[in-house]
Design a protein. Structure first.
Length: 310
């Protein structure tokens, strides 16, 4: 009778394939920047079911790659392509506006399989391209100065068929920078997306920016940072070159300001966030000496308590 109850309990707690897929997807989608392949390897080993893993990976990797704005090298070494929803022209196909090429991507392997010339209907009109290419040239200069390993691209997301002044169109600037150093137990990424809407009727350009910083430090612990910031700005419509200069100055201003605010937050961590993680008065009834934290080593104290030190 007891054996029958145990068998019944096991059958009730057994997960379905659909549930396993959803759980596996959650872990894959929540992988820190640059670490999904490591997570995928562990998930695959735990599942021990190739079909379940494949279904989870095929659904999770495209979303992860696009949300993290990963950069892939084109097979003919003609440049790099950003995997982003703004450049997605078809399933697994992503436009590189700078070279007018479309990359066919293997999401799970995170590699570009082949490349083809972009079709006319996939590219903006000559009028919009003047603004797009001018913006691309200026943003490349800025990114090369601000982000040592940064990649950027400028897409036309609305009004790409506009031929002359008098109609609205929208450009999107995408900046992606990553620094992966797993041998030093740390990875980080910067992602910013700038929607730039040209409104001809009021001769104005509306700018909406979203910046995101991710970092993961995992030496003898697991600490993650995921910070986001949004902002808005406006400027006047000018010639393609003048508009590009004005818009890049706006982007530079807001990104520099946000990075400075992050730096200030880091400096305040010992007096704010770290203090909030600890009891005001520990069980020892002795206040923690925040004025002289350098004398403490968490690792040394744990080894001493557990008797595993040398």
């Amino acid at each position: 009778m007891l054996e029958e109850e145990e068998d019944s309990l096991e059958s009730e707690t057994e997960l379905t394939d659909e549930q396993k897929i959803e759980i596996a997807k959650w872990f894959l989608l929540n992988s820190p920047a640059g670490e999904i392949q490591y997570v995928a390897k562990d998930v695959r080993a735990i599942l021990k079911d190739e079909n379940v893993y494949r279904k989870a990976a095929e659904e999770a990797f495209p979303s992860y790659n696009k949300s993290h704005l990963i950069c892939l090298e084109l097979p003919n070494r003609s440049g790099d392509v950003l995997v982003t929803s703004f450049g997605e022209v078809d399933k697994d196909e992503y436009l590189d506006p700078r070279t007018a090429q479309v990359a066919i991507v293997d999401h799970v392997k995170q590699a570009c399989k082949e490349v083809r010339p972009a079709r006319d209907e996939e590219l903006p009109s000559a009028f919009v391209e003047e603004y797009r290419s001018a913006m691309d040239a200026e943003i490349m200069k800025y990114v090369s100065e601000a982000y040592p390993k940064g990649i950027c691209s400028v897409y036309c997301t609305k009004g790409k068929d506009v031929e002359d002044p008098g109609s609205d169109f929208e450009l999107v600037v995408v900046i992606s920078a990553a620094r992966h150093s797993p041998q030093n137990f740390c990875n980080g990424s910067w992602r910013s997306i700038w929607n730039i809407e040209f409104k001809d009727e009021i001769q104005s350009v509306e700018v909406r920016g979203k910046m995101q910083v991710g970092a993961h430090y995992f030496e003898e612990g697991n600490v993650q940072l995921d910070a986001q910031h949004e902002c808005k700005d406006t400027t006047l419509i000018q010639s393609p070159d003048d508009s590009a200069i004005s818009l890049v100055n706006i982007i530079r201003h807001h990104e520099t300001e946000y990075l400075a605010s992050l730096q200030t937050s880091y400096l305040k961590l010992p007096d704010t966030t770290f203090k909030d993680l600890r009891r005001k008065l520990p069980v020892t009834r002795t206040l923690f000496p925040w004025h002289n934290t350098a004398q403490f080593s968490l690792t040394r104290d744990i080894e001493k308590e557990l008797g595993i030190g040398k």
